[in-house]
Design a binder for this molecule. Structure first.
Ligand code: PLP
Length: 451
């Protein structure tokens, strides 16, 4: 077979999500209530999430049906294409075959709409009128704003202030879909007012914006909270990426030797890689799974596996994960979506058991690969996605050295059309690497909660 775009018809779109909790030999330690430090009970989560998502969070059913109403909306852009990067292969002079799963095809421009649609649906079904959330770079906020509009829900987005200022077009996109967008820290919440009092010019952080959105949702019975990554149900909804990819590889007569994705909170990587893990665990498949993160925010490669809060104010449950410490303030790297201090517990569990290899890349090399990719394939990757591109390029070059014709597949989580400012900086030679100093890491880890 030598097609360049491997397509599935709408009828071939998966009807179920894959739940890795059915297959992992050991599940992660449970989330703990921030007050009692006892495992979180479903009723503790009920003020924030609909019951069906709480059930999915703890489910060990292997296959979870995708409701028709969600599949109906997925059909606007799914199944997404799997594309063979032939011109990139040629530019690298590699015998490897490189494929990417193009989630930039979604109308929000990234994979995030896969879970946004599902979350809006389940909230609507349980009578919720409004969702509150946070957004860093703006991808999650725009996906949720769009999904809320499709289901007639109101949406309030706390957007990290530095992004609010630097990415006005992401804000416009959310407003087009009718969302209310506030710069975080805002004066709408206790958490925001506290930070503003200490530093009126605070640039904000994702951890703080989460605190604000959670506080907002807690105060109003008609409002729930939605998170765009990290949680088990979010990873579950993203598995449609990996399930489609496997079906497409089978169509092309290919077996993945190496599967690569970038990692912020872990949702696109897990959604892409977990269905391969199913083959590895049950059928002895030999696919290498590689998770790529920024060396400026090296959660998986240098963080500590420990209980930590998901947010800055300590309102969320304690989550057992690799973490840099909730007070970690990432430097101003351009991959805004990869700056979270923690990572998804299910992904951390799979890494700690050796199923997945984490690696870290500096942003200069990442942008260099992104520009190479754009010049050959015509698509500008989001700075987050560019981390996966850089690793795929490295693996393809290793194949050239070794004379091995491996099949490399990576998750192309989103396009970079709203991130051209970052490319401007790169092209002007102004981009610097920020390897995290060890003392700073130790200082941040010293603040981990005692459990
Ligand atoms: C948000 C985002 C990421 C990082 O989030 P994950 O939960 O790790 O997937 C990566 N790529 C794009 C394009 C994003 O929008």
């Amino acid at each position: 077979m030598d097609e360049t775009k491997i397509l599935l018809s709408e009828a071939e779109m998966p009807e179920v999500w894959y739940n890795v909790q059915a297959d992992l030999p050991n599940l992660p330690k449970p989330p703990l209530h921030p007050g009692t430090k006892q495992p979180v009970r479903p009723e503790d989560l009920a003020p924030l999430f609909p019951m069906e998502l709480i059930r999915q969070e703890a489910s060990t059913e292997k296959w979870i049906p995708i409701p028709d109403e969600i599949r109906e909306i997925y059909r606007l852009w799914r199944p997404t294409p799997l594309i063979r990067a032939r011109r990139l292969e040629k530019a690298l002079d590699t015998p490897a075959r490189i494929y990417f799963k193009y989630e930039g095809a979604s109308p929000a421009g990234s994979h995030k709409l896969n879970t946004a649609v599902a979350q809006a649906y389940y909230n609507k079904a349980e009578g919720i009128k409004r969702l509150a959330t946070e957004t860093g770079a703006g991808q999650w906020g725009s996906a949720l704003a769009m999904a809320c509009r499709f289901f007639g829900l109101d949406c309030t987005v706390y957007m990290v202030k530095v992004s609010y200022q630097q990415k006005p077009y992401r804000r416009s996109l959310m407003q087009i879909f009718g969302a209310e967008v506030l710069a975080s820290p805002s004066d709408r919440t206790e958490a925001g007012r506290r930070v503003l009092a200490a530093d009126p010019d605070s640039p904000g952080s994702l951890g703080l914006a989460i605190s604000e959105a959670v506080e907002d949702a807690r105060q109003r019975p008609d409002t729930n909270y939605a998170l765009g990554s990290v949680l088990n149900h979010v990873l579950l909804h993203q598995t449609i990426i990996g399930l489609e990819t496997k079906a497409q590889l089978a169509k092309a007569g290919e077996q993945a030797d190496i599967a690569i994705g970038c990692c912020g909170g872990g949702s696109n990587f897990s959604g892409f890689a977990f269905p391969f893990l199913d083959e590895i665990i049950h059928r002895g498949a030999k696919t290498r799974l590689i998770a790529v993160e920024p060396s400026a925010c090296p959660t998986l490669t240098r963080g500590k596996l420990a209980y930590d809060f998901g947010d800055m104010a300590g309102l969320t449950p304690l989550i057992y994960m690799y973490t840099l410490g909730k007070d970690f303030m990432p430097p101003g790297i351009h991959a805004g979506g990869l700056r979270y201090h923690g990572d998804a517990p299910l992904l951390c569990q799979a890494i700690s058991e050796g199923f997945i290899e984490p690696v870290a890349y500096g942003q200069r090399k990442v942008f260099e690969s992104a520009v190479l990719f754009a010049r050959n394939e015509g698509i500008v990757p989001a700075p987050e996605t560019a981390h996966a591109v850089a690793c795929a390029v490295d693996q393809a070059l290793a194949c050239r050295e070794a004379g091995e014709a491996k099949t490399i597949v990576f998750a192309f989580s989103g396009h970079g059309h709203f991130d051209l400012g970052a490319y401007d900086n790169y092209l002007a030679g102004e981009l610097v690497d920020y390897p995290l100093p060890e003392e700073e890491l130790q200082r941040s880890l010293a603040g981990l909660p005692q459990v």
